[in-house]
Design a protein around this ligand. Structure first.
Ligand code: PLP
Length: 472
């Protein structure tokens, strides 16, 4: 028997791929194929197999052959057969994980608490509201939504974003200058391929972004950061500067008004480009909203944003607001289809924004993050009053300042308390000179992601944190 792949199991509502090849009787070949599918994990424990009649019809073999193969595999323990629930893959068969998809490592040693910054509590995802938007979006989508699509992204989403960003972040744009992408990371890759050359980046920033730029051939040079954000007066000869003006990542200050104006002047006088990573601009607590630098000069500043901090990083939905002259190049860099976001997800987000659900969600999350931030500050005031906490006016994380030379020991002590948390040095640009002591560039600290844990785990996480901090 030498057939190839066969799709079956209409009655399952799913395809069952069986490779019927090799020597032996039809029954033996089918049994081998089923065993292989179970062993490799393609058929998970509990999966219901198609009735033997339909599998036989799909494979073009006798019903009895399938029935015999099922019976024998039941006898061998691979399958179970129960009246009323059909033939299923046995629960106790432990398939070997396929290459490249090894099973999750043992849970032993996994920290009980997680204060690593990076994402909102996944349990806070607004499933009901998102589902309502998805339902509406899909119901109302024009037929062309299922066609090839505009490489800039769905017009509905670009219109919704242009209106939203103008209203909430003070962005000045029109939908034609908005390009949908799959997040800040994608936006950076696109800008790297369009702009190239040397870029200045903040001396503290996301290592992932620096790595990604290096992959794209962009050499990054560190720009010192203090409590007023990046020291843009020190900008050297670079083609672009990547900044986090609303809330310096991760140290936490907003870019000072004078520096906002100065960096735009720099771009105008040198022809350089400002790349504004507006990653958590909506989450402000104690101060007046800090608008986007983009509003100062939409022809010199590219604004990049995503729903990664507000909804979930797994949606992979983001946007770029571009100067008009860059739109075509960015769209060309994006290509025909490979890097396009799903049209149905785009339409869902468009509905989520225009229906007001996004505003409601952000407000709810803002209250929740603020409450958590207050709990963190209160816990430190009570149990570690000597530890200064900064960067708390906005965002989803804060920085705890540590005495010089103690950071590693504190991260280790936290691990002993079952707490995962990162040191500030993890974010430092590797080219910051070791001897630089201008008061800000080589600090010891902890970056505490207070939005990350589930509600029930937050008090425990704070307790573990306080126990790990050095005594006065
Ligand atoms: C500094 C910074 N920018 C942007 C993002 C968002 O990245 P993305 O949109 O690729 O998920 C993050 C992480 O969520 C971040 O820490």
């Amino acid at each position: 028997m030498a057939e190839s792949w066969v799709n079956s199991a209409e009655s399952l509502g799913a395809d069952l791929h069986l490779e019927l090849s090799g020597a032996g009787s039809r029954r033996a070949v089918l049994m081998r194929a089923l065993r292989e599918a179970v062993r490799s994990g393609r058929l998970a424990p509990g999966t219901r197999l198609p009735p033997y009649r339909s599998l036989a019809a799909d494979l073009g073999i006798a019903r009895n052959t399938v029935a015999d193969a099922y019976a024998e595999l039941v006898a061998e323990g691979w399958l179970t057969a129960r009246q009323g629930s059909g033939t299923r893959v046995a629960q106790q068969v432990a398939p070997v994980a396929p290459v490249g998809r090894q099973r999750t490592p043992a849970r032993a040693g996994r920290p009980a608490y997680d204060l690593v910054q990076g994402r909102p509590d996944p349990a806070a995802f607004p499933r009901g509201a998102w589902l309502a938007s998805a339902r509406r979006a899909l119901t109302l989508a024009p037929h062309d939504a299922f066609g090839p699509g505009d490489p800039r992204g769905r017009a509905e989403l670009r219109e919704a974003l242009a209106e939203y960003l103008a209203r909430v972040r003070g962005v000045r744009t029109v939908p034609d200058r908005v390009v949908v992408c799959s997040g800040a990371a994608h936006a950076l890759r696109l800008m790297a391929s369009v702009v190239g050359g040397r870029w200045a980046v903040e001396s503290y920033g996301l290592p992932f972004h620096r790595g990604l730029l290096a992959d794209e051939g962009v050499r990054t040079v560190p720009l010192a950061v203090d409590e007023h954000g990046a020291k843009v007066g020190e900008l050297g000869k670079v083609r672009a500067v990547l900044l986090t003006p609303a809330h310096q990542f991760p140290t936490g200050g907003p870019l000072h008004a004078e520096r906002r104006a100065a960096v735009v002047d720099w771009a105008r006088s040198t022809g350089g480009l400002v790349l504004e990573d507006d990653y958590d601009g909506e989450f402000r607590y104690d101060r007046q909203p800090v608008g986007a630098v983009q509003s100062l000069d939409p022809d010199r500043v590219v604004l990049m944003g995503s729903v990664s901090k507000s909804l979930s990083p797994t949606l992979r939905l983001g946007w770029m607001v571009l100067p008009e002259r860059l739109v075509d190049d960015v769209v060309a860099a994006k290509g025909e289809r490979e890097q396009h976001s799903s049209a149905t997800e785009q339409l869902t987000l468009a509905d989520f924004i225009t229906s007001g659900a996004y505003d409601r969600h952000v407000r709810r999350m803002r209250r929740r993050h603020r409450r958590r931030r207050d709990q963190l500050v209160a816990a430190l005031a009570e149990r570690a009053p000597h530890v200064r906490v900064s960067g708390i006016a906005a965002g989803l994380h804060a920085v705890l300042e540590l005495p010089p030379g103690t950071e590693r020991a504190v991260v280790k002590a936290a691990a002993w308390q079952g707490l995962a948390v990162e040191g500030l040095s993890d974010y430092r640009h590797p080219d910051v000179p070791a001897d630089r002591h201008d008061g800000h560039d080589r600090r010891d600290g902890l970056v505490v992601g207070y939005a990350t844990p589930p509600e029930h785990g937050y008090a425990g996480a704070l307790d573990a944190l306080c126990r790990a901090l050095p005594p006065e």
